[in-house]
Design a protein around this ligand. Structure first.
Ligand SMILES: *Cc1c(COP(=O)(O)O)cnc(C)c1O
Length: 359
């Protein structure tokens, strides 16, 4: 696991002592170090872990103009005995390369990605908040670095990993607006890539949804405004009758690792799971006949987010979210596996040695 030479320069001024783990503002607190490696057109070079610092970027940096920029989001947690652990890290390594391929960017060797993530977690292990539900959020990203104006794939790329402690996340139930005018992803587009531009494109419709009193947009397909895709940074699940249903990954939705994990857990628990097209009409009809039992989102950040209502064509479909059973059961199971309380019969949890990075 330490095949690649990675130079390590440790900080002499850790900011860890200034952080209150019982009150961490989300997305604003960064750990001490970052991993950086550069692609020179042929290979990845000068891999290095060093104190977190600003980058110096030319104004003609290709990524800023034409959008070759992709990322991942994963979490390190501590097992009951204090051992740092990652959840299915190899899935994130594969997915960033799937995103890279679609955006015509350099791919990063999976073993380099995994070694860098593991070394960062090992080095920053004191930054993993101990409370259950807390985590060290890990943000790998890659972007073009050619200094060139003109639409073409970059030759040069930078890959970075930095990390952020996040507090126990108690997600509030979310309200969704099913969106018929704006779209997130079309067939053949880049919806399946974790590409920066996808999130920029979602901001304006999300702002309009907020003005109407909804938390987030429920995206529908681009052809017929009919089939449900996903939400912001979460995949979506419905419990209708005795079935757990989630949209198929048809290239327009992100292949969530939480989604995949929940499907596997649900199947093993004996639930009927269907990955298929599901239309907004089917959901509305199921609400009206009383068979729509639960709606929840699934993603690394909140694991499972309960949906309290769905707005569609001027009408609100309110859900009995305080009496959900399957969503909370799946959440307890996945969190149990991640914390070591429930046996990891899937081999999903990767323990990290605390001393991967020498002094
Ligand atoms: C990251 C993301 C998800 C969730 O994926 P996980 O691997 O479960 O974190 C879902 N949808 C979108 C659009 C995302 O960006």
């Amino acid at each position: 696991m330490t095949n690649h030479p990675i130079k390590v320069t440790k900080t002499t001024q850790s900011s860890l002592s200034s952080v209150d783990f019982s009150d961490i503002p989300f997305g604003k607190v960064f750990s001490d170090h970052m991993f950086v490696v550069d692609f020179d057109g042929k290979e990845w070079k000068n891999a290095e872990i060093k104190p977190l610092q600003h980058l110096s970027i030319h104004p003609g940096n290709l990524a800023w103009h034409y959008g070759q920029s992709i990322f991942e989001g994963m979490k390190a947690t501590k097992l009951a005995d204090g051992t740092p652990a990652l959840f299915r890290p190899e899935m994130h390594a594969k997915r960033i390369n799937a995103s890279a391929a679609r955006m015509c960017m350099a791919e990063i060797p999976e073993d380099l990605f995994l070694q860098a993530v593991e070394m960062m977690v090992s080095l920053e292990s004191a930054w993993i908040p101990p409370a259950e539900g807390s985590a060290l959020y890990i943000r790998p990203l890659m972007f073009a670095t050619d200094e060139f104006i003109g639409v073409r794939p970059s030759t040069l790329y930078k890959f970075i990993i930095f990390t952020m402690p996040v507090g126990p996340y108690y997600p509030k139930p979310v309200s969704l607006l099913a969106e018929e005018h704006f779209i997130r992803a079309a067939y053949g587009g880049v919806g399946e890539a974790k590409a920066a531009g996808n999130y920029a494109a979602s901001l304006y419709p999300a702002k309009l949804a907020k003005e109407k009193g909804y938390d987030q947009v429920l995206w529908l397909d681009a052809r017929e405004s009919k089939y449900i895709q996903e939400v912001g940074t979460m995949n979506i699940f419905f419990v209708i009758g005795d079935k757990l249903i989630t949209p198929i990954t048809d290239g327009t939705i992100l292949k969530g690792i939480t989604r995949d994990s929940l499907i596997q857990i649900a199947k093993r628990k004996g639930l009927f799971v269907e990955e298929r097209l599901i239309s907004i009409d089917e959901v509305v009809n199921a609400h009206e006949d009383g068979s729509l039992k639960e709606v929840f989102g699934a993603g690394t950040a909140a694991v499972i987010s309960t949906v309290s209502k769905i707005g569609y064509r001027g009408k609100d479909y309110v859900l009995d979210h305080e009496n959900y059973k399957i969503g909370p059961m799946l959440k307890a199971e996945i969190n149990g596996i991640r914390s070591g309380r429930v046996e990891d019969s899937y081999d999903w949890v990767k323990k990290i040695a605390p001393s991967l990075v020498g002094v």
